[in-house]
Ligand binder design. Structure first.
Ligand code: 3HC
Length: 337
């Protein structure tokens, strides 16, 4: 059932005059800034959009552990190892909060994971790029977590209560993640010429994939209009991408690195005279190819997840058997009282 629901209709907003009275009352609650809670009535499409977005978000947190987990044993110092270990552990926690938020919509974690493994759900495109050296771990924390927060701070105001509340804690942790990445970059950029070259190379390779994290340009975004009407999304993809660029370019300059795109130039006329940086578009053909499974690491990432799921079956079986025994014992004790 949910496999079909996860594929939501795209483009356009349902006009008010085509809404049922129940849908109109729902939209009025959203417009008044009320939070929607799990037992409240909601349109099927609203529920399906949330399952798609929160589920994809949860999968991204879990798959996102892979490129960094790969470097835990190779961190350059014990302190960096401990910090990275804590960060990767946080990401697992984020995945679990988000799977729990998604379960309040009537879909189980097992169903979500089965859909991911069957290729019926996505995870963030960024995790299909490799982390080749330690500087990449700095760039991932700085740029990838930085892009993630830019989006997620807004999601704290999303209309679905359990999702908005999960985002509050996630954002606090993500901001620590972004700083640990920047701290690695500061060290490398101020290090030997070879270390500085590594930092520059990591920035050059991860810049455009980070811009892709915000999704396709607004004109090609199937879901933005309806998701914003429902306050599932608070900003458009292009708005958040621009904010990320404006926040990050001064940080690149501070690090003493070269801007990874020659078009990154301040434009005082942007944003109704408030100004903003011009930038080149990422290669959108590459983005869509990655979404179709043809990025550099898609096959490895999915294999790692499916293997982990299959090899962990005995742990799940053991825990289920233990829980069943405890439930039976407690039922016996209640009956005896
Ligand atoms: N990666 C993979 N798929 C993407 C994508 C991306 N970067 N951006 C868009 N897409 C997909 C959409 O899921 C949609 O696919 P579908 O129609 O087959 O379901 C399609 O591309 C069209 O894009 P839209 O702009 O219409 O889609 P959305 O309205 O859902 O917007 C989004 C995309 C901005 C990513 C939105 O879903 C969102 O805000 N999601 C929540 C945040 C999230 O998932 N963040 C993950 C970041 S990684 C992370 O947090 C881990 C941390 O440790 C760094």
């Amino acid at each position: 059932m949910y496999a079909q629901m996860v594929k939501t209709a795209g483009h356009g907003i349902k006009p008010r005059d085509r809404m049922t009275p129940q849908e109109r009352a729902f939209q009025d609650r959203i417009d008044a800034g009320e939070k929607i809670e799990p037992k409240d009535w909601m349109p099927d499409e609203y529920r399906a959009t949330l399952i798609r977005q929160i589920g994809q978000h949860a999968h991204s947190e879990i798959v996102g552990q892979l490129p960094e987990g790969n470097w835990i044993t190779r961190a350059p110092t014990l302190e960096r190892k401990a910090i990275l270990l804590a960060k990767v552990q946080d990401e697992a926690g984020h995945g679990l909060y988000l799977y729990s938020a998604c379960e309040t919509l009537g879909v189980s974690r097992d169903e979500l994971i089965a859909m991911l493994h069957a290729g019926k759900m996505k995870y963030s495109s960024i995790f299909n790029y490799p982390t080749l050296n330690w500087a990449d771990i700095g760039a991932v924390g700085w740029l990838v977590d930085g892009a993630a927060i830019m989006n997620q701070v807004q999601l704290q105001k999303t209309s679905y209560g359990p999702y908005a509340r999960a985002m509050v804690r996630i954002c606090k942790e993500e901001s620590f993640h972004q700083r640990q990445g920047f701290s690695i970059m500061m060290k490398m950029a101020a290090g030997t010429p070879a270390q500085k070259r590594m930092a520059q190379d990591a920035l050059n390779r991860l810049w455009f994939p980070s811009l892709m994290m915000f999704g396709p340009p607004d004109k090609d975004s199937a879901h933005t209009a309806q998701s914003m009407a429902w306050k599932i999304k608070i900003n458009t993809n292009d708005e958040l991408r621009q904010r990320f660029v404006d926040q990050t370019v001064p940080q690149i300059d501070y690090l003493g690195l070269e801007r990874p795109d020659p078009d990154l130039k301040w434009n005082p006329d942007k944003a109704d005279g408030k100004g903003g940086f011009d930038y080149s578009d990422p290669d959108w053909a590459e983005f869509f190819a990655v979404l179709k499974g043809n990025g550099p690491c898609n096959t490895d990432r999915m294999k790692a997840r499916v293997d982990a799921w299959e090899q962990g079956a005995w742990v799940r079986d053991g825990l289920s058997a233990h829980a069943a025994k405890r439930a039976a014992r407690s039922a016996q004790q209640t009956a005896a009282q």
